[in-house]
Design a binder for this molecule. Structure first.
Ligand SMILES: NC(=O)c1ccc[n+]([C@@H]2O[C@H](COP(=O)([O-])OP(=O)(O)OC[C@H]3O[C@@H](n4cnc5c(N)ncnc54)[C@H](OP(=O)(O)O)[C@@H]3O)[C@@H](O)[C@H]2O)c1
Length: 428
């Protein structure tokens, strides 16, 4: 048998330990599939003394991830530390500089520095693989880079933060407010140390930035995304959306239109009967659309030890077989800067607001919407006990500019009792 592929694994938390476990448990299977053994030469983390519930005594230990990345007995540097700067970035750069392939689960690193890392890797003739960085165990990167390589990709959509989907579906199933479910998630340890990464849409935005680059052949540009979190979604929004046949999801959408690239990670309404609408709990779903293939839907665990380590090992096996792919599907110097669209593809919108309980209040709001050139599909006024009345409006398709003009004119009607909330209804 040919020489083993030797790994150096930096970071022994959830994903790192999962990766070590697969290498140990499936040594024979991996050797057969990859055509050569896959071994671990060295590992490292912050604390050497921590009991990680996995056998590490056979491997060299490195406190410093940069030193680990440069070791002569490491062919592939597996970066499982996390974070867009600091040791993860320094060690990935050091590995590339030393001519090693890099496998990483770090979406933040790739979303912020993907282009520079891809250029450096190409210059050194090494690969960067990152299946685990987007939607955990779902092989979405492989699908885009390989399976759909013959397609022009027309749209990419996805629910890619399990915590947000858990919060939204639990609010709905238990009739709870956002804050109550958020506190539950804190107690259960479901949130990142900085929870705005989850509920603010940033973590999911990092993933969408990566998918957008591959799908549309552009440089990864996190700044080109519109990002909005789920913090303002109320139980009433969820209930009323359900009443109209929709579910609310933190949905990433990237598409290329005549206007340019549109990429946003925002709360949206999707039909309750659609695959995205039916997605419950922490599960992830990615929908890919290509000119030849049509629409495909990928669904599975977006996080956790097993699913994420499974994705890491898929990349490792590919490298063991000698597969070399351009990092984002094209040589880095062929990736264009994204031409970001200044307007969104027209969509129907859900508008929620409270109006003062005055005669003609609803008519005044309807006329402001009409004056902005938007027609109304459905309108509901909900029962109320105070001097304000909750109102829900679903528009026909409208441009974002027209919608903003309508919202901007609403305070002038003198009947508005709360700031309007507008959510896009995505065609899925
Ligand atoms: N967890 C998931 O389900 C999941 C899913 C998809 C992607 N990811 C990505 O996978 C990566 C790892 O996530 P994780 O959940 O496994 O994180 P984690 O459990 O927090 O583990 C991080 C590991 O990095 C080590 N580390 C931190 N700073 C270090 C330093 N300066 N030098 C050396 N080691 C250092 C830690 O050491 P100690 O253990 O000694 O503290 C720990 O072992 C991140 O990029 C994350 O975004 C995670």
């Amino acid at each position: 048998m040919t020489s083993p592929l030797r790994l150096g694994i930096a970071g022994l938390g959830t994903v790192g330990v999962g990766t070590v476990r697969i290498v140990q448990r499936h040594a024979d299977l991996l050797a057969e599939r990859a055509g050569r053994p896959v071994t671990i030469s060295a590992v490292g983390a912050r604390s050497r003394d921590k009991d990680r519930g996995v056998r590490l005594g056979d491997y060299a230990w490195e406190d410093d991830p940069v030193a680990l990345a440069r070791r002569d007995d490491v062919d592939v540097f597996v970066e499982l530390i996390g974070g867009e700067e600091g040791p993860a970035k320094a060690a990935a750069e050091a590995a590339i500089e030393a001519g090693k392939h890099v496998v990483t689960a770090n979406k933040a690193l790739l979303a912020m520095h993907g282009q520079a890392l891809a250029e450096a890797a190409e210059a050194k003739g090494v690969s960067i693989r990152y299946e685990a960085a987007v939607a955990g165990g779902i092989p979405v990167i492989k699908s885009l880079l390989e399976g759909l390589a013959g397609n022009e990709i027309t749209r990419v959509m996805g629910v890619m933060n399990g915590t947000c989907n858990y919060i939204l579906t639990r609010m709905q199933s238990e009739g709870l407010g956002y804050q109550a479910v958020f506190r539950e998630c804190e107690e259960l340890g479901y949130l990142e140390a900085d929870p705005t990464l989850d509920v603010g849409g940033i973590d999911a935005g990092h993933k969408l930035a990566i998918l957008t680059a591959i799908a549309f052949g552009t440089k990864v540009d996190f700044g080109a995304l519109t990002i909005e979190g789920i913090e303002k979604i109320t139980f009433e929004d969820i209930e009323q959306a359900a009443d109209m046949g929709y579910r609310i999801k933190l949905l990433g959408v990237a598409q290329q239109s005549g206007r340019g690239l549109e990429a946003r990670m925002t709360p949206c309404l999707v039909p309750a009967s659609s695959p995205l609408g039916q997605l419950e709990g922490p599960t992830n779903m990615v929908v890919l659309e290509g000119d030849s293939v049509g629409q495909i839907v990928l669904r599975g665990a977006g996080a956790g030890e097993g699913p994420t380590a499974s994705a890491v090992m898929g990349d490792v096996c590919d490298l063991a077989r000698g597969a070399m792919l351009p990092v984002f599907g094209k040589p880095a110097d062929k990736l264009a800067s994204p031409a970001v669209s200044t307007t969104d593809t027209p969509a129907a919108y859900y508008l929620r607001m409270a109006l003062l309980d005055k005669p003609g209040a609803l008519a005044r709001i309807a006329s402001v919407i009409g004056e902005a050139g938007i027609s109304i599909d459905r309108m509901r006024q909900y029962g109320h006990s105070t001097e304000t009345a909750p109102v829900l409006i679903v528009t026909h398709k409208a441009g974002r500019d027209a919608l903003e003009a309508a919202i901007g004119a609403m305070p002038g009607t003198g009947v508005l009792a709360s700031e309007p909330v507008a959510l896009r209804i995505e065609d899925v």
